[in-house]
Design a protein around this ligand. Structure first.
Ligand code: DQA
Length: 154
């Protein structure tokens, strides 16, 4: 099973940026935790960060041809603004889960609306780095159940 984890703008500054909201873990450490957890659960993870909306859209489009089974996405500020990322997820039809380090519903009003929420399987928000881990485990389980329903195995 191949999982793509996408990190949006400013998440390259994890560990330095607004620690009260995002904690002190660095992006490289988070990616390492995701890779270990994926391996333990029979999956393969690739991670990618970009500050650019178009580059994230390109990466979502490429996921289809590179055999990605599921996407875990923290689109960061683009969550609240990007019709392009929403459309890309709809176009590739790859099951996705939306994650956020902070609880977006406990913050400023403009963060309460996600343009991705109704095109993803689920949303995990507010558990810090564990949001990514829980989101990834959730989507792995979802894919396994889906295959079982169709009478196939991995
Ligand atoms: C975030 C929440 C967004 O509102 C914000 O713009 C981010 C990070 C989070 O992980 O909590 O950059 O997606």
């Amino acid at each position: 099973m191949r999982i793509l984890v996408l990190h949006g703008p400013n998440l390259n500054l994890l560990g330095e940026r607004e620690k009260a909201h995002y904690g002190s873990i660095r992006l490289s450490e988070l990616n390492e935790q995701l890779s270990v957890c994926a391996k333990e659960n029979g999956a393969d993870v690739s991670t990618f960060q970009s500050n650019s909306e178009g580059v994230l859209v390109d990466r979502i489009q490429e996921a289809r041809s590179s055999g990605i089974d599921a996407i875990v996405i923290n689109a960061a500020a683009y969550t609240h603004t990007s019709i392009a990322i929403r459309d890309a997820l709809l176009a590739v039809k790859i099951p996705a889960v939306e994650v956020h380090l902070s609880n977006i519903y406990r913050r400023e009003k403009f963060r309460h609306h996600s343009l991705l929420a109704d095109v993803v399987i689920a949303q995990v928000t507010g558990f810090g780095p564990q949001s990514y881990i829980l989101g990834m485990l959730g989507i792995i389980k979802h894919l396994e159940e889906d295959l079982k329903r169709k009478g196939q195995t991995l």
